[in-house]
Design a protein around this ligand. Structure first.
Ligand code: DGL
Length: 355
């Protein structure tokens, strides 16, 4: 069959292009995006709606399709694990997500994992994965403060950053990471500090680094135990114990603790200042402790506390535990994971010093 020189040249060019795209795809890292919902999957009625919108609406395939830049960063696949607003996460959701992350991390054809998540409890899920998934591959949890339909939405760049970090060799071995607003945080320290700004996430000891135009700039690394160094393994956990949080405040009644402690393996007390407990609440906590419930003192201060043993409460005498610098919701995650094993208060305190 006669083929004109022009057509032959076109065919040769097309073949070269296809070969280079295929070669690039074969050399790009493989990143899986596990979607769970949240604002990053949210949608508002108009572009002016940056704060009023419905979370957990946009499916993961649409999130990926809306970000063609990802194709130059990694070979990306998406899975819709959940589609919920993160305030509604349950312990079962944590286990489902954690086991999926663990299974994917074991696959030779997966180089990194991104979890898209609502920002309300993102810090809890990130810490849970940090404590229980045994891999040194990058796992990056990401959300957004504005829905993709809003003017100056932050989700696209946050997701682009998350995939870049998940595809990076230099992100390996740093535990679970969170990319928000150009910063890279450790899943252990990061917390949502405000609910109405794109600069919403803070780590009280500072971010680990920055990510700018797809490049990671690292300034520190985590020193507490995580992932490969953790004694807790998601693959060995079938259920998480009930751990609840009691909030301390002026005029707080003892009943606030009595009601919460029932059926719990541990109670985290979000105390004032140094994690202090009102004198009328102490007997209720002592009674829970006598009944076998672990008592963990954390602080309600919003930049994260620094609670030490026997500072304003005789923890040795009461056989209580201190959460050190973990905020109450992080302390709850660590206590839940730790108490999948039968630990004494002294052993639980060791865990709080080490993780
Ligand atoms: N409902 C909140 C959540 O899913 C929305 C907040 C957000 O994702 O930024 O966490």
């Amino acid at each position: 069959m006669y083929l004109s020189p022009r057509f032959r040249a076109f065919a040769a060019g097309a073949a070269l292009l296809a070969a280079s795209v295929l070669a690039q795809a074969q050399t790009l890292p493989n990143v899986v995006i596990l979607a769970t919902g949240g604002t990053i999957a949210g949608a508002g009625a108009s572009a002016a709606n940056s704060a009023t919108y419905a979370a957990a609406k946009v499916p993961v395939d649409k999130l990926i399709a809306g970000l063609p830049e990802l194709s130059k960063v990694a070979s990306v696949k998406g899975e819709q694990v959940l589609q919920i607003a993160s305030e509604s996460f349950t312990n079962e959701d944590l286990l489902t997500l954690g086991k999926r992350v663990s299974a994917l991390a074991k696959q030779g054809d997966v180089d990194g994992i991104v979890v898209t998540h609502g920002t309300d409890t993102l810090e809890e899920t990130a810490y849970f994965l940090h404590l229980t998934v045994h891999t040194d591959k990058p796992i990056v949890v990401v959300g957004s403060m504005r829905p993709g339909t809003a003017l100056s939405a932050d989700g696209a760049l946050n997701l682009y950053d998350a995939v870049n970090v998940a595809a990076s060799q230099d992100a390996k071995g740093k535990g679970v990471l969170v990319t928000m607003n150009d910063e890279i945080h450790t899943g252990r320290d990061v917390a949502k500090a405000i609910n109405i700004k794109t600069e919403a996430f803070k780590s009280q000891w500072g971010p680990l680094g920055m990510i700018v135009e797809g490049r990671n700039y690292w300034f520190r690394a985590p020193v507490k135990r995580h992932t490969m160094q953790s004694e807790f393994d998601i693959d060995q956990i079938t259920a998480l114990p009930q751990v609840d949080i009691a909030y301390g405040y002026g005029n707080v009644p003892a009943s606030s603790v009595e009601a919460i402690g029932k059926g719990a393996k541990a109670i985290v007390h979000a105390g004032t200042g140094n994690g202090s407990v009102a004198n009328r609440v102490v007997p209720a906590l002592q009674k829970l402790r006598e009944g076998g419930v672990q008592v963990i003192r954390s602080s309600r201060v919003n930049t994260g506390g620094f609670v030490l043993r026997n500072a304003e409460q005789p923890d040795d005498k009461y056989d209580w535990v201190v959460a050190h610098d973990l905020n109450p919701q992080k302390a709850r995650i660590l206590a839940m994971v730790a108490l999948t094993k039968p630990l004494s208060a002294a052993e639980l305190q060791r865990v709080f010093w080490e993780y």
